[in-house]
Design a protein around this ligand. Structure first.
Ligand SMILES: NC(=O)c1ccc[n+]([C@@H]2O[C@H](COP(=O)([O-])OP(=O)(O)OC[C@H]3O[C@@H](n4cnc5c(N)ncnc54)[C@H](OP(=O)(O)O)[C@@H]3O)[C@@H](O)[C@H]2O)c1
Length: 281
């Protein structure tokens, strides 16, 4: 790609399209140092978006993120998520305050509802607005929402302010392309692609991916990430708890796929021809 791809949020903020995930970080003391080093390395390479959640390692991934942010808060765009069972009016505010503490920061850049639960969306929204007015979050969004959920959200007071929807999207999981991604584009909701490497399953398993990678002197992971980065308007948040993995993933920004590569990948991983129910991990 000629320039590092960016994503424009509805409020005019521009963030680099390639960021980092943190699921499974903070689970083992033995891996802690490597995970912090990996996130710090990513920030230094310009992978500004760090995606975490109160759910991951029971707050452990937020703590790892907090360690990586020490002295570097201004280099990061921090995304975290409230669990559905906490997403009542008061529960959301309390969960956010706990997340801020674990992260060691004053403001979350993007706060997401992790998936839909039993609390009415209007309550969660009211809490998001309260948190925004108090300066504790800059903007809010959702995750694992399909079009019907987004329509319901949009109809609520303030519902049109939703900045992003984080969904399962990878070469091997293209169902969202049929209806959801066009809806996002029409309504200025940024797409965040989670599990962009299909949790590692895309690596070393597909001859066509390997073929494209070989032509470019790249790796399977880099091709899988570059393919998503060619889908403009999509934030991509691969997780690696290793500096070498982060460096490899960051280099995917420089990989320019040719029309023939994209066509070969389309043949091997066909786009959807009908609506699929939203896949979730
Ligand atoms: N909103 C949601 O419901 C939801 C659901 C799932 C995930 N997420 C978010 O999305 C992020 C990404 O998804 P994910 O972590 O499930 O899966 P992923 O990013 O698709 O894949 C991560 C796996 O790939 C490995 N990996 C990463 N880079 C690699 C490379 N260059 N070469 C070889 N292996 C590599 C990682 O191992 P190493 O660490 O050893 O490199 C890890 O095992 C999560 O961390 C989380 O922040 C959100």
């Amino acid at each position: 790609m000629s320039a590092v791809p960016n994503v424009h949020l509805r409020d005019g903020t521009i963030v680099p399209a390639l960021g980092m995930g943190t699921w499974k970080m903070g689970e083992s003391r033995a891996r802690l140092r490597a995970e912090i080093d990996a996130l710090v390395c990513g920030l230094e390479l310009g992978l500004r978006v760090i995606d975490t959640a109160e759910m991951y390692a029971d707050g452990g991934a937020e703590r790892v993120t907090g360690e990586a942010l020490i002295g570097r808060r201004d280099q990061a765009f921090v995304v975290t998520k409230v669990l559905p069972h906490n997403a009542s009016r008061r529960g959301t505010v309390a969960a956010c305050e706990r997340s801020l503490k674990r992260l060691g920061i004053g403001t979350i850049d993007l706060y997401l509802l992790h998936w839909r639960g039993s609390h009415p969306l209007a309550e969660t929204l009211a809490a998001f607005e309260e948190l925004q007015s108090a300066g504790k979050i800059r903007r809010w969004g959702v995750s694992n929402f399909d079009v019907a959920d987004l329509r319901e959200l949009e109809a609520l007071p303030g519902g049109r302010e939703c900045a992003a929807n984080q969904v399962y999207y990878a070469l091997s999981q293209r169902g969202v392309e049929f209806e959801l991604l066009p809806w996002h584009a029409r309504h200025q909701v940024a797409t965040m692609a989670y599990c962009p490497l299909d949790e590692g399953r895309l690596i070393g398993a597909h001859p066509v991916l390997a073929d494209v990678a070989r032509r470019h002197g790249a790796t399977d992971a880099q091709v899988a990430l570059s393919w998503l980065l060619h889908r403009r308007g999509t934030m991509v948040i691969p997780k690696s708890g290793r500096v070498a993995g982060i460096e490899e993933n960051a280099a995917a920004r420089n990989l320019e796929l040719a029309a023939a590569d994209l066509a070969a990948l389309d043949d091997a991983f066909p786009p959807p021809r009908r609506k699929h129910s939203l896949a979730m991990i």
